[in-house]
Design a protein around this ligand. Structure first.
Ligand SMILES: NC(=O)c1ccc[n+]([C@@H]2O[C@H](COP(=O)([O-])OP(=O)(O)OC[C@H]3O[C@@H](n4cnc5c(N)ncnc54)[C@H](OP(=O)(O)O)[C@@H]3O)[C@@H](O)[C@H]2O)c1
Length: 271
């Protein structure tokens, strides 16, 4: 396992995403992923699966201290007085005394990012989370968050079809990481001719070269999701090869203006 080291944290470069995983599927995915070597799990209040994630972590034979656990504060809980009780609820459902990383899931439409991030930072001092960060933050918003919080990561949609140049530049400037969500573009990379060609050159799958392309960039972590055991293994098997500079460029050249997959009505103005 490779790690991304920023601001004193050591984050496993591949984590298991759990959006849309519910009930037994979620529990099985977490226990299986941990059993084969995953040490990073990504959940959120909004995924309504924190209990299953917590139960899976409790039943996997891996010490809590060896797992990087991220959850996210939903925008309805972004007001200063709501942050602590919401996070206490997450911890209760997850069955743990702390998370490693607490993110603000989206910039809240009606609450200043400085208010929420300020309240989240207080939870670091209280030991409820080790680090705080943001998600779906355009670069200017991230810069604002940095004025009140030591931002560890900006979790954003990132895959070969979507350039995140401005977010990456801001991450480099501040020294935080970028966590790539929807790293497989919801599985679309598997049918891409160009990516299939790159993959064939390494004897790897399109998903594997896509994840490799992401984590081979400085400060980038990726959190693919799958309900399938074989794909958990496939998505973790990306540490025994390196893409050439030419192939890194080929993958990056697939970015296009309409490449964004997740763009809800409450999204901020993107870079
Ligand atoms: N912060 C945010 O706002 C935000 C937004 C979206 C996602 N996320 C996080 O990021 C995680 C990942 O993103 P995502 O779930 O949107 O999408 P993703 O990981 O890009 O894609 C998941 C899809 O790809 C398929 N897949 C997984 N591995 C594969 C492989 N090796 N080969 C072929 N297909 C494969 C899965 O199908 P099967 O399950 O059938 O294998 C699933 O349909 C989420 O689960 C969540 O934790 C965060």
């Amino acid at each position: 396992m490779e790690h991304v080291e920023q601001k004193g944290a050591r984050v496993p470069a591949i984590g298991l995403g759990t959006w849309k995983l519910q009930g037994a599927d979620c529990y099985d995915a977490v226990t299986h992923a941990l059993s084969i070597g995953y040490r990073h799990i990504d959940t959120a209040q909004a995924y309504a699966n924190e209990e299953q994630v917590g139960q899976g972590m409790a039943d996997a034979a891996v010490p809590r201290s060896e797992v990087w656990l991220t959850t996210k504060v939903w925008v309805d809980n972004a007001a200063r007085e709501d942050v602590r009780p919401a996070v206490q609820g997450s911890l209760r459902r997850l069955g743990t005394g702390y998370v490693d990383l607490l993110l603000l899931h989206w910039p809240a439409p009606d609450v200043a990012v400085t208010e929420t991030l300020g309240a989240m930072s207080e939870l670091v001092d209280e030991g409820l989370t080790r680090y705080v960060g943001v998600s779906n933050f355009p670069s200017a918003y991230a810069r604002e968050a940095e004025t009140v919080a030591d931002v560890l990561t900006n979790q954003v949609e990132y895959h070969p079809y979507l350039s995140q140049e401005a977010v990456l530049a801001e991450a480099e400037r501040d020294g935080h990481s970028v966590t790539a969500y929807s790293p497989l573009a919801h599985g679309r990379v598997t049918n891409d001719r160009t990516i299939r060609q790159v993959a064939a050159g390494y004897g790897k799958t399109p998903a594997q070269v896509t994840l490799r392309w992401l984590i081979q960039q400085p400060r980038v972590v990726a959190i693919p999701r799958s309900v399938h055991r074989l794909r958990h293994a496939e998505n973790l098997d990306v540490f025994d090869f390196e893409l050439s500079d030419d192939d890194m460029k080929t993958m990056a050249s697939l970015a296009r203006p309409d490449g964004r997959l997740i763009d809800p009505s409450f999204a901020p103005p993107w870079d």
